[in-house]
Design a protein around this ligand. Structure first.
Ligand code: 5AD
Ligand code: SF4
Length: 449
């Protein structure tokens, strides 16, 4: 057996791609290992979204240089969005790299490994044969876990002016619904109980079915909800513009669809939203939140924010804070604007000074954290269905998640892993809830695992 070490950076789609690369290399005799030292093949599945993410790749390559000196036949592969964006620069800066493969070409890895064995120097593949990739990938064999990712859509045609994704992941492409439903079935047969549908613009999903008809995301979710052993469905990441009425209605109608939605808004200022080419106003966003709350009153929201976008004034930033106060988010991700080569915003002249960016990020994060804490505290005293994922660190402990993705600990039998059981929530420590199983599930808990 050859040892394969994959390090995944960035988003959930990279995590999905990493699992698929492991599946692809398994028939070649590669088995996963937990460390780069001594590995026959190391894959860095990289992220290019912000400058910091890209810098991490180069520092990791520095470390790999030493390991390759100890084991000269180690194959070093750079995959993912940095590979796509700056493949040629990577091999020039880091001769330790043997293979460079973009996110749409990794199905060609076996053939690239064979080429690397025949020829000196590196092998580089950064085409966009998106239609080919999913057809060429083998059926998933790697461990799924209780919650599994499933890519349904890839790429982005929105071209927000700050974002590299349309360039690194390419144009929007939706997989065929029958293939996705089959994959969801395979994942659930291997133990997945929660399916997280992934796409850079997942709610822009438009797959062509065997019936020749175009399916939207609502119809796809409905079909996956019919798989008996799937108990929870989520989808991410959505764009406000693509939140159609059918999808909003699905939140009220499909019980397996979890009442938590990641809906990035980026800013609360119409001026900044226009400069970002988000194609909606702050009011459009608030109106959408209202419609979703009407369809599913207990729905919670998370979002992404960028502070310090070029030209962002104090008043613009105040508008972001006002939007946050109005929505009350359960969880959020916020970033300082990072200029990315090749994106329109990178050419902007009216930059926000670094200390101003820092001050705004701190103020926003303090408010978001307060809201997250409020959402967690509001759960205390409630009874919620929890999907148990794995044993906890303490003896007899289980870790699961509420419908709102909050981690939760209870004492219970391992027989509950992969099952949903009701928990009376009694407290909060750091960011984790704890509670007790209801009596009915305690009986299950005393059954042998
Ligand atoms: N600078 C800072 N944050 C960015 N994001 C995307 N591009 C940039 C950038 N250039 C953030 C957005 C997006 C999330 C995945 O990353 O908030 O929603
Ligand atoms: Fe990037 Fe905008 Fe596309 Fe999201 S919608 S991936 S932020 S370009």
């Amino acid at each position: 057996m050859k040892k394969l070490f994959i390090k995944s950076y960035g988003c959930q789609m990279n995590a999905y791609d990493s699992a698929r690369m492991a599946d692809l290399l398994a028939p070649l005799g590669y088995a996963p290992t937990g460390e780069a030292k001594g590995a026959d093949m190391v894959i860095l599945n990289t992220c290019h979204i912000r400058e910091k993410a890209t810098e991490k790749v180069y520092s990791e390559l520095g470390r790999l240089k030493a390991l390759k000196r100890e084991k000269p036949d180690m194959l070093v592969t750079v995959a993912g969005c940095t590979a796509q964006a700056e493949g040629a620069e990577i091999v020039a800066r880091a001769p330790v790299v043997d293979l460079v493969v973009g996110p749409q070409s990794y199905h060609r890895l076996p053939e690239m490994i064979a080429r690397a064995a025949r020829q000196a120097g590196h092998v580089l593949e950064t085409d966009f044969p998106a239609l080919e990739k999913f057809d060429a990938l083998p059926e998933a064999v790697s461990d799924t876990g209780v919650s599994a990712f499933l890519t349904v859509q890839e790429g982005c045609d929105k071209f927000c002016t700050f974002c590299v994704v349309p360039y690194t992941r390419g144009p929007e492409h939706s997989r065929a619904p029958d293939r996705i439903i089959a994959e969801a079935g395979q994942l659930s047969a291997r133990g997945a109980r929660e399916i997280v549908l992934l796409g850079q613009n997942v709610n822009a999903y438009r797959g062509v079915g065997e019936d020749g008809k175009t399916w939207n995301l609502a119809r796809l979710i409905e079909a996956i909800a019919r798989i008996k052993s799937v108990s929870r469905i989520r989808y991410t990441t959505s764009h406000p513009r693509d939140m159609d009425d059918e999808l909003i209605a699905a939140h009220g109608a499909i019980e397996k669809l979890m009442p938590m939605l990641h809906l990035p808004v980026q800013s609360g200022s119409d001026t900044v939203l226009a400069a970002m080419n988000r194609q909606h106003t702050a009011d459009d966003y608030l109106c959408l939140i209202g419609k979703l709350r009407a369809a599913r009153p207990d729905i919670a929201f998370s979002s992404d924010f960028i502070v310090g976008f070029p030209g962002e004034s104090d008043a613009d930033f105040d508008a972001t804070m006002a939007l946050v106060r109005e929505v009350k988010f359960a969880q959020c991700f916020s970033f300082k604007y990072s200029p990315r080569p090749g994106t329109p915003a990178a050419a902007a002249k009216k930059l926000v000074a670094e200390p101003v960016k820092t001050a705004r990020l701190l103020a926003l994060q303090a408010l978001l954290l307060e809201q997250q804490d409020d959402a967690n505290r509001a759960a205390i005293g409630k009874t919620m269905p929890v999907l148990f994922e794995k044993p906890g660190r303490e003896k007899g402990q289980l870790v699961g998640r509420t419908p709102y993705l909050q981690p939760l600990h209870v004492q219970g039998s391992r027989a509950l892993i992969g099952r949903v059981a009701k928990v009376k929530i009694t407290g909060l420590t750091a960011n984790s809830l704890h509670g007790a199983l209801l009596a009915k599930d305690l009986e299950t808990a005393s059954m042998p695992a």
